[in-house]
Write a protein that binds this ligand. Structure first.
Ligand code: FES
Length: 140
């Protein structure tokens, strides 16, 4: 926040850095960020819950982001999500009971030319199939 001049316009970047630092955004963090930037908690909470890459709960050891934007949807994202549910028993915004894998969805990762796209621990992979995604997650 200091680096960004405590600007209310820096809210998204501050939330992103906060999540990178602590793994997720809890009530204490949201309140602190809001009070420090002079942004109402309702707005901070609204931003944190609007963007799918922000999470209010602790995440698993590994994170899998399945893009469900139009290009990825047309090219098989639904099948990927179904395969993950069938193999690991989790849906979007859920974590496996052993805390190993968290599943998140996003509305376009900006990689439509390689749809369907999936991000594993920050590394994007394109042209994914349900079997390939399950294999990657099993390896993790
Ligand atoms: S729709 Fe999936 S990367 Fe754009």
């Amino acid at each position: 926040m200091l680096r960004l001049g405590y600007s209310p316009d820096a809210l998204i970047e501050v939330l992103h850095t906060t999540q990178q630092s602590f793994g997720y955004l809890d009530g204490v963090a949201l309140t602190y960020v809001g009070e420090t930037l002079g942004v109402p908690l309702s707005k901070v909470y609204g931003v944190a819950t609007f963007y799918s890459l922000f999470t209010l709960k602790p995440q698993g050891e590994h994170t899998c982001v399945v893009c469900t934007g139009t290009a990825c949807h047309i090219n098989g994202a639904t099948g990927i999500l179904a395969a993950i549910r069938a193999r690991f028993g989790i849906g979007p915004k859920e974590t496996t009971p052993d805390d190993r894998i968290s599943l998140v969805t996003a509305r376009c990762l900006g990689a439509c030319s390689i749809a369907p796209a999936v991000v594993f621990d920050g590394e994007a992979k394109g042209k994914q199939t349900p079997a390939a995604v399950v294999a990657t997650l099993e390896a993790l």
